[in-house]
Design a binder for this molecule. Structure first.
Ligand SMILES: NC(=O)C1=CN([C@@H]2O[C@H](COP(=O)(O)OP(=O)(O)OC[C@H]3O[C@@H](n4cnc5c(N)ncnc54)[C@H](O)[C@@H]3O)[C@@H](O)[C@H]2O)C=CC1
Ligand SMILES: O=C(O)/C=C/C=C(\O)C(=O)O
Length: 469
């Protein structure tokens, strides 16, 4: 049984719920589900720990972040195993992206926080400077697609800024959080600074609504983001939201076609398309449209299918494949469920899929699907491409493939998205602002933007005595 981690100790409480392995569909663990008492206990533990933690010099908290990074290195294999068991993602990706990013998150925020100067302004004999204090107790609500990467992406800046945290991982992916609790205990992190509770959205709701929680950081669906916003509205709690996307890829005829096909295949199919940054709407300039479609379809057939996180999510993705057909789409590749002839046939797989022929106004082209699928449409002019890319209620990421430096700058600056990649996809510098506009979120994570969210500034202004002239 996987137990909560509260006040530095394992806590067995609440009913048990099952977690399934997406590759086989079988139950792999039972997990304690947080009820109101458990949530209250976790928040109280965090509140008790918060003042002592906040009082530490930032250099000392940065030292703890480095120790946590070392703790992750020590438990690397256990984390890899837990991530794979819960998500069914490939070993290679887990070893090179998910777990190393946890280490990088703690190291990066240790450096960013330790080196950050306070702001100071001097004007006409008036000196103003700003000090920042932590918010207190932060609730971190984490999704299932990159569970360890995204949990640590929130924990590292929240902790180094001086907050205590209560984390609620997704009900589908509690495994790496449980190992992380053991790491906190092993490195001797002060009890209550990190608390981890498990459960469904109902537990998340109890947590964000708890009066002892000062702020909420959330990554997940736009619907859940707005539910959280309503739940915390009365207490006007600060929220940081990284929500869904319906990301566009623009492929211009002057691009390096090999690179564009390969990069696009990555941007559509990585993690089974279950990354908020994945491309779902692709626009290709007419002279290369046919060739590009044909080559992307071949790549779709070559990609090893990855399971969706759950039976419900597989059914959701398949419902969009059916919707595409009913809306009159042409399937260029995929569109069904792969048959392996082995234990994977009871898992949650869908075929990597490429679709064309739908209007911009179709539901398929407007709603986030979150699977290994994209729609491809032709365009003629640069202006048309920009309009198509911007024609979404979302605005998280966009990808641009072109051989022209001028065009790259010109188009990138007109795309209404928080992130634009040119001739690449998902290249990350952890110091840069990360997040989206419109339905894709509120605020930015990354670098000093994260530290700003997890702290409040106080401006101190002093009138300096002017020497006699
Ligand atoms: N980063 C992203 O863009 C993600 C988007 N999604 C999208 O969301 C769809 C649904 O997936 P779900 O797992 O249901 O995502 P979700 O957004 O409902 O779940 C994410 C987290 O929020 C928690 N949660 C749910 N309701 C809550 C509430 N009222 N208060 C507080 N916490 C709550 C969940 O337990 C989980 O830990 C997917 O099909 C996909 O389209 C899902 C995961 C990540
Ligand atoms: O920080 C990253 O590198 C990735 C972030 C991805 C998401 O937020 C997501 O898929 O939800």
């Amino acid at each position: 049984m996987l137990t909560h981690f509260i006040g530095g100790e394992p806590v067995v409480a609440g009913k048990a719920f099952p977690v399934h392995n997406p590759v086989t569909g079988t139950v792999i663990r039972q997990v304690c589900e947080a009820d109101p008492e458990v949530v209250d206990r976790a928040v109280r533990a965090a509140r008790e720990a918060a003042p002592g933690w906040a009082a530490l010099p930032v250099a000392e908290r940065a030292g703890w972040m480095r120790r946590l990074a070392e703790g992750i290195e020590d438990r690397f294999d256990a984390l890899v195993a837990a991530e794979i068991a819960d998500t069914g993602k490939p070993l290679d990706q887990t070893r090179t992206l998910d777990i190393p990013r946890g280490i990088a998150n703690f190291r990066a925020f240790a450096e960013i926080a330790a080196q950050r100067p306070d702001d100071a302004f001097h004007l006409s004999g008036v000196l103003s400077y700003t000090v920042r204090r932590p918010l207190g107790v932060v609730a971190a609500i984490v999704p299932w697609n990159l569970p360890f990467l995204l949990m640590t992406w929130k924990l590292a800046p929240a902790l180094v800024a001086g907050n205590a945290v209560v984390v609620k991982p997704s009900e589908h992916t509690p495994g790496t959080a449980a190992v992380f609790g053991e790491i906190c205990a092993a490195v001797g992190l002060p009890p209550g600074v990190v608390n981890i509770i498990y459960g469904y959205g109902s537990a998340g709701r109890l947590l964000v609504e708890h009066p002892g929680v000062d702020a909420v950081t959330f990554t997940g669906s736009t619907g859940t983001g707005s539910a959280i916003m309503r739940a915390v509205a009365d207490r006007v709690k600060p929220v940081s939201f990284e929500l869904g996307g319906k990301n566009a890829g623009l492929v211009f005829a002057d691009c390096d076609l090999d690179r564009a096909v390969e990069g696009t295949a990555k941007s559509v199919f990585t993690n089974g398309g279950q990354v908020c940054l994945c491309t779902e709407r692709l626009y290709v300039q007419r002279p290369i449209f046919e060739e590009f479609c044909a080559r992307l379809a071949v790549r779709a057939l070559e990609v090893a299918p990855q399971p969706m996180i759950s039976a419900e999510h597989r059914d959701k993705v398949l419902s969009y494949y059916a919707l595409a057909r009913s809306e009159g789409a042409k399937m260029l590749a995929g569109g069904g469920v792969p048959v392996f002839g082995d234990h994977r046939d009871s898992g949650y797989f869908v075929e990597p899929t490429v679709v064309t022929g739908l209007s911009e106004w179709s539901r398929f082209n407007r709603e986030e699907i979150f699977g290994p699928v994209c729609h491809v449409a032709p365009f003629d002019t640069e202006a048309e491409a920009i309009d198509l890319a911007n024609g979404s209620e979302y605005g998280l990421a966009a990808t641009l493939w072109t051989g022209s430096l001028d065009r790259a700058h010109r188009v990138a600056q007109r795309l209404e998205a928080g992130l634009v990649w040119v001739n690449t996809w998902y290249l990350r510098d952890l110091r840069t602002p990360f997040g989206g506009v419109r339905l894709s979120g509120i605020g930015r994570e990354g670098g000093v933007q994260s530290l700003d969210f997890y702290s409040e500034p106080t401006t101190i202004t002093i009138k300096l005595e002017q020497p006699d002239a």
